[in-house]
Design a protein. Structure first.
Length: 269
């Protein structure tokens, strides 16, 4: 049953007695209008008027309004990254994980921005170019994705920059390699949420602070996530990746309603 007919019946208005059919045909009209036959009652017209207001509002919820997540798969192009096995470069693992995570985030209502979608797409992508793309994206979370062939489990990193009070943000010029400082507190909170979610998936996970250019220049809540081998599974194992990706997506679904999930004017060169 179309929801609009159920809406009329809920109000005790038999749809057969009235020619108000706006709601069920509103998708055909750019600007809905009311249609009335002689038997149409005032309550039915009122119900149709309510539907006329609600339907355009529902259509206005476009994907462009969805919260944004930035995914940066480390390495790419001629930069293959670490060798996880003799034939497995890090760049192949990170882009596979990014694409897997993107799919899970989209079905959860996020808009996902990737710095690249295949290893070859990153051939001319510089480190500064990745940062500029992230800082212009308006993301509520920026995730840099890495992989390891020896450090077991999942490792989450946040910038080791000293924390700066958010209130001071914008009071002086922001240095390119210290742009993350006002965001460190929020990034630590994001890392904590991710760690808790991954731990609940029964996956070993640790949290670290580090100096990393890919994090230090970002103006968003930002973390690096590194996949290491687990038991007999490499970081490329699809079941392992899926488990971690689902935990990350779940954590970000919670994060989207968190007061620290805010965006700011990005630092760009």
């Amino acid at each position: 049953m179309p929801w609009t007919r159920a809406f009329f019946l809920l109000l005790g208005i038999p749809t057969e007695e009235c020619g108000v059919f706006i709601a069920e045909n509103a998708h055909r009209w750019g600007s809905p209008t009311l249609h009335r036959q002689k038997k149409c009652s005032k309550p039915a017209l009122f119900a149709a008027a309510v539907a006329a207001v609600l339907l355009p509002a529902a259509r206005a919820q476009t994907p462009a309004q969805a919260p944004i997540i930035l995914l940066d798969a480390a390495h790419g192009g001629p930069d293959t990254g670490a060798r996880l096995t003799e034939k497995l470069p890090e760049r192949d693992v990170t882009i596979a994980f990014a694409n897997r995570l993107q799919s899970l985030l989209i079905v959860r209502g996020f808009k996902v921005v990737l710095t690249h979608t295949t290893p070859d797409d990153a051939a001319n992508l510089t480190g500064d170019g990745r940062v500029e793309l992230a800082n212009r994206s308006g993301a509520i979370a920026c995730l840099t994705l890495h992989a390891s062939g020896n450090a077991a489990g999942v490792h989450i990193f946040t910038s080791a920059l000293p924390e700066t009070e958010p209130a001071l943000q914008g009071s002086k010029p922001v240095l390119w390699n210290e742009a993350q400082a006002p965001w460190v507190t929020r990034s630590l909170r994001l890392a904590s949420e991710l760690q808790a979610a991954i731990s609940r998936s029964h996956t070993p996970v640790t949290n670290h602070r580090t100096w990393l250019a890919a994090l230090d220049s970002l103006t968003c809540p930002a973390v690096a996530i590194e996949l290491g081998p687990l038991d007999d599974a490499t970081a490329q194992d699809p079941t392992y990746q899926q488990r971690v990706a689902e935990a990350v997506a779940g954590a970000l679904l919670f994060w989207r309603g968190h007061p620290n999930a805010v965006t700011g004017a990005g630092a760009v060169r």
